[in-house]
Each structure stands twice: as C-alpha cells, then as structure tokens.
Ligand binder design. Structure first.
Ligand code: SAM
Ligand code: SF4
Length: 341
C-alpha cells in the first residue's frame, strides 16, 4: 500500500522513493558473461552482449560517484561472473575511493576468484556472497554444467582463511539439490559462514514465468526445523531480504531468501544497474531507463541524476505490482546474469 514519503528523517540529498523507502544500496552488474552455466540462470548456449553494449568502468564510476553524493553507501558487484571481466580489481579500488561509498560487497561463483582474495582483503571488502548449490562434485557439475567444484571450494577456504565475511548462497531446486539442504546447513556448524537458501526464481533466460515453485520458504524452514530442533529465528536486520536463524552449536547462521514469494518488498532499499546500464528499480520489473544511452548522450551530471531520482520517485509498491506492468515476457533479458540477482 502506498504511503507518503517522510523526508524529514533524511538528508535533502538522500534518495527516497514514493513509498518512503530510503535507497542506499546499488547492485551493480559489471558483466553479463560467465564461466558457469547454472541451469536456473542461463541456457548452455547463451548469447552474450557485444562489449560496446556494456557500461565501461569509467561510466560505472561516474554513476556511482553521482549516486554516492545522494546517499548510496553500499554497493554489491555482481554479474554474470564479476571476475571474468578484466580490470575488476582496479575498478574496485577506484570505487572504494569514492567519498560516501563505505561498503563494497561482491557476489561471485568463486571459480576464478582465488588469486584476487588477498587484494580483496587489502581493499577491506565488506563481504562476499559465494554461490554454491551443492557440496557434491557431480551434482555441482550437473547444475552448473561445468566441472569447477574444486576451484570454488578453494576460494571458500581462502575467504575464511583471510577472515573475510562470507555468505554461501544456495538456490533450492526440486529434483536437483534438495538433498544438499542439510549438508549445506552443516557448513554453518563447521565454519563461521552464513548459509542462505534461495527460492528459485523464474529468471533462467528461457521460460520465465512458467515455473511452479515446489520449495518455498516455509517448506525449506520446516525441512531445516525437522533436522535442527534448536532452529531459532533471529531478529531481522534492517533491509534484510532473508529470514535468518541460529542453530545451537553452529558457528554461523542459516537463512532463507523468499525470492519467489517476495516477502521483503516493504523494506526494499536497493536499485539495480544492469550490465547494459539499465536502471532497474525492482528486480521483478522491466528496466525502462537506459542509463548507458543517457550517459553517452553527453548530458550533465544533474540531468543524469534527475532521471534516476524520477525513476526512484515512481517505484511500484512491490514486486507483484511491478510484474503486472511488465511488457517483456520470456526473453533472454530475464536471465539473472544480466540483472545480477
Ligand atoms: N555469478 C555470480 C554468482 O553466481 O554468484 C553473480 C551473479 S548471479 C546472477 C547472482 C545470484 O543470483 C547468485 O547467488 C545466483 O545463485 C542467483 N540466481 C541466479 N539465477 C537465479 C534464479 N533463477 N533464482 C534464484 N536465484 C538465482
Ligand atoms: Fe553464472 Fe552466477 Fe548465473 Fe551461475 S548464477 S550462470 S555463476 S551468473
């Protein structure tokens, strides 16, 4: 339900949407390319975008500088796989130097991340989300269509050895990896990691919108509770998209992200910039604003910000509402690799 914005609680430069939600977080997709082919994300034969259709690092830096001047403090670098783009580390250090950007996070599949981990530590990375959908090598290969389990596990251990805050994201898929739910939860017993189970969303670049969700958040919770009787819900962190739980004796936590059921829209504090430079004010909505074209048309910073502020000022109340207004259907642009998750 719509409510009035409450600007008195924020600085005049702060971005606040038309439902009173403060926007302080950008998810920035730096590439649509990937070295894996996770079946829930993209088809095996994926047509990637020509380089000129992807935002340059300079363009991203300009956008982030503008946004940081309007209260954006947290950035998550995503993709595609961020580490397949050349020059990523240099870009991260430039991003870190932007006044106002206080927390840089990365979502990665961990396949080629290992050599960069010491530099990520040096950068002061705020946290890593490592995607890992199975602890079984063969099942990992079936899901990702690639044989890179060992590289991902090497990254997993190195993140922990470097004392980097680590979340492990597992997309729960009927008939693929539900046997992994308990072993994955046990990772949080043996290591100080936060394991997050994600409802599968219909963004696989193929039949978007046609899937039935078999493992919704309540079923995942009940499954966990049956195995871990001490599963106890934790107080929600502000803006969190996951419901988190502690289990007695576990070093880390477990959590569930209801990405399909969308239980988190009322506190949504984020916008997305896709690899193509599309501004997406809701994960479930079409991106209607092409920031790349706007940046390349030579307009001033004020004009760029005016476009962004206008889009934020007319957000849909939630993901269901946004989806109702979509004009695109099942095309490749609905692959998570473009949106960045
Ligand atoms: N390649 C990186 C990775 O996999 O971590 C970053 C990009 S990936 C698109 C970002 C996140 O989106 C990953 O955690 C991935 O599991 C999640 N994701 C992709 N497709 C999804 C889907 N159909 N449903 C739920 N989560 C999905
Ligand atoms: Fe690549 Fe990440 Fe998509 Fe898997 S989820 S195909 S790793 S972009």
């Amino acid at each position: 339900m719509s409510k009035q914005a409450t600007p008195q609680t924020f600085s005049p430069d702060q971005l606040i949407d038309n439902h009173g939600r403060e926007i302080n977080y950008v998810r920035l997709s730096v590439t649509d390319r990937c070295n894996l082919r996770c079946s829930y994300c993209m088809p095996e034969k994926m047509k990637f975008l020509p380089r000129k259709e992807i935002l340059s690092y300079e363009e991203m830096e300009r956008l982030m500088t503008l946004l940081a001047g309007h209260g954006i403090s947290k950035v998550r670098i995503t993709g595609g796989e961020p580490f397949v783009r050349k020059g990523l580390m240099d870009f991260l250090f430039r991003l870190d130097a932007i006044p106002g950007i206080t927390r840089i996070h990365i979502t990665t599949n961990g396949v080629t991340t290992l050599p960069y981990i010491p530099q990520l530590k040096e950068l002061g990375i705020a946290g890593i989300n490592l995607s890992l959908d199975s602890l079984d090598r063969e099942r990992f290969r079936e899901i990702t269509r690639r044989d890179n389990f060992d590289q991902v596990m090497a990254s997993f251990h190195s993140f922990l050895d470097h004392g980097i805050r680590l979340k492990v994201n597992m997309v729960v898929m009927e008939a693929f990896n539900t046997d992994d739910i308990i072993p994955m939860a046990l990772l949080s017993r043996d290591y100080p990691v936060d394991v997050r189970f994600i409802e599968e969303m219909p963004f696989n670049g193929l039949n978007a919108g046609k899937q039935q969700l078999r493992w919704h958040h309540r079923r995942i919770r009940d499954h966990l509770a049956a195995h871990f009787p001490t599963l106890t819900v934790l107080a929600s962190e502000p803006y969190s998209t996951s419901t988190n739980y502690r289990i007695d004796g576990h070093a880390g936590t477990v959590g569930i992200i209801a990405g399909f059921s969308r239980t988190f829209c009322s506190t949504c504090n984020r916008i997305r910039i896709t690899a193509q430079g599309k501004l997406q004010t809701c994960l479930y909505g079409d991106s209607r604003i092409d920031l790349k074209d706007i940046l390349r048309s030579g307009v001033s910073d004020q004009e760029v910000m005016a476009v962004i502020a206008k889009a934020i000022g007319s957000r849909f109340a939630d993901g269901w509402e946004a989806q109702k207004h979509n004009v695109q259907t099942s095309d490749v642009s609905k692959s998570m690799s473009l949106i960045g998750g």
